[in-house]
Write a protein that binds this ligand. Structure first.
Ligand SMILES: [Zn+2]
Length: 78
């Protein structure tokens, strides 16, 4: 298992997610983001707006994703 925080995954808080694959952790952070969206948490709404801007540019989104995946892969197992 590896650990990444909401912030590390483009979010806005220090909540930790633990998973064995990047796809899994990305999904957990997405679920958390949607919860925060429903609670209208301002910090997360801002972070999501930024991500949404990124998603408009597939090349940049891909680079972001690859970058985060590498960060995940480089983390020590815990
Ligand atoms: Zn968060």
């Amino acid at each position: 298992m590896k650990t990444m925080t909401c912030k590390q995954l483009g979010g806005a808080c220090d909540k930790e997610f633990r998973a064995t694959s990047f796809e899994e952790i990305a999904e957990m952070s997405k679920q958390h983001g949607m919860e925060m969206f429903q609670l209208k948490d301002e910090a997360h709404l801002n972070a999501m707006n930024k991500m949404r801007g990124l998603m408009q540019k597939p090349e940049e989104m891909k680079a972001w994703f690859e970058n985060k995946k590498k960060e995940f892969d480089d983390l020590p197992e815990d």
